[in-house]
Design a protein around this ligand. Structure first.
Ligand code: ADP
Ligand code: MG
Length: 345
């Protein structure tokens, strides 16, 4: 243990959860060292060719929806796939350099969590980005595997474990047994689609346009998946679509629940479809052990309740849904034999 900690201190090996909404970095021996939005602000040069990175993370997210023409705030990982390689590499470099301790000589070993549906071209690009950002060795772990490890599930046992990770861009449902993903399904519905649904609802109902950040805050404050949640209200500000001027309306939790029906239904359906594809022995294990929810989207009020009603299975929420993936990858970093067992080839 002590020797391990010392080795970790000297090399500062890193685990990175490159999420669609947030990037988290765990440093061996230090714990979580960075948690920032996966957003990069770039400015387009005068000639229209080439881009220059202005800001990454929190500073860049502040700019979302508030940029003048020559600046754009980009989320390089859309819908769980890398939409922009160059920007992703710039972001990765920023996070690695921030977490890397210059006093240490050794270059870090880096574990990166990737979406389960990643293509081999994308895998190579992520590896190369991390190598060129200074890694000595790169391991890739599929996010559901890391999430299961982080939520404390025994992924190496011959037992079925189901993990549902509701992120910003995607929801990934996976069944894990014997250190591998037995079956998985991914949909491009997560927190972002919920925000979009709220924007559309407010547009239809109140003739008012609200921004993504406002929609997200409405979702987090009064959003719910269930009709049984205690009612609440919230003031929201936006632009009147008819008069064209700013206005304020009061919306209710029940309206927001109605707005969220479609994305919630899509998530529930994906869980159902994955259960149908699960081999019977593993399905039997899931009946006993339940389904583990992770990801920021799983924090939506009473979503666990709705999943419980719809599946009749025990639904567990990981202690810290935001950090389950990065902590799982961190666990693997601390245990090289486990890392070799769960990492992608
Ligand atoms: P990713 O792994 O794709 O980066 P995260 O696991 O960080 O995503 O989750 C981000 C999503 O979680 C965002 O869409 C955010 O709005 C949503 N989220 C965070 N907190 C809450 C909450 N309390 N209620 C509903 N959604 C939430
Ligand atoms: Mg995630």
């Amino acid at each position: 243990m002590l020797l391990d900690a010392i080795a970790g201190w000297f090399s500062h090996d890193l685990a990175i959860d490159l999420g669609t909404a947030n990037t988290l970095v765990y440093s061996r021996g230090k714990g979580l060292v960075c948690s920032e939005p996966s957003v990069v602000a770039v400015t387009t040069k005068g000639d229209g060719r080439g881009q220059r990175v202005l800001a990454v993370g929190h500073a860049a997210k502040e700019m979302l929806g508030r940029t003048p023409g020559s600046i754009s705030a980009i989320r390089p990982i859309k819908d769980g796939v890398i939409a922009d390689f160059e920007i992703t590499e710039a972001m990765l470099r920023y996070f690695i350099q921030r977490a890397h301790n210059r006093r240490t000589l050794a270059r870090p070993r880096i574990v990166i969590c990737v979406p389960p549906c990643i293509t081999s071209v994308e895998k190579r690009a992520v590896r190369e980005s991390a190598m060129s950002a200074g890694a000595r060795e790169v391991f890739l772990i599929e996010e559901p595997m890391a999430a299961a490890l982080g939520a404390g599930l025994d992924v190496t046992a011959p037992t079925g474990n189901m993990v549902v990770d509701i992120g910003g861009g995607t929801t990934d449902v996976a069944v894990i047994s014997l250190s591998g993903i037995v079956t998985s399904r991914s949909i491009r519905t997560g927190g972002d689609k919920m925000d979009e649904a709220i924007i559309n609802y407010v547009k239809r109902k109140y003739n008012m346009l609200i921004g993504e950040r406002t929609a997200e805050s409405v979702k987090m404050t009064i959003g719910t998946a269930s009709t049984e949640t205690k009612a609440s209200t919230m003031e929201i500000k936006g632009r009147d679509l008819v008069a064209g001027i700013p206005k304020v309306v009061v919306t209710t939790s029940d309206e927001i629940r109605e707005a969220l029906v479609e994305p919630i239904h899509a998530i529930v359906e994906t869980v159902h479809l994955t259960l149908e594809k699960t081999p019977p022995e593993l399905a039997a294990d899931i009946v006993d052990r339940g389904i583990m929810l992770v990801g920021g989207g799983s924090l939506l009020r009473d979503l666990d309740q709705v999943l419980r009603q719809e599946t009749k299975l025990p639904i567990l929420r990981s202690e810290d849904p935001y950090t389950a993936v990065v902590h799982g990858a961190g666990n693997a970093l601390d245990n090289i034999s486990l890392l070799r067992e769960v990492a992608l080839g």
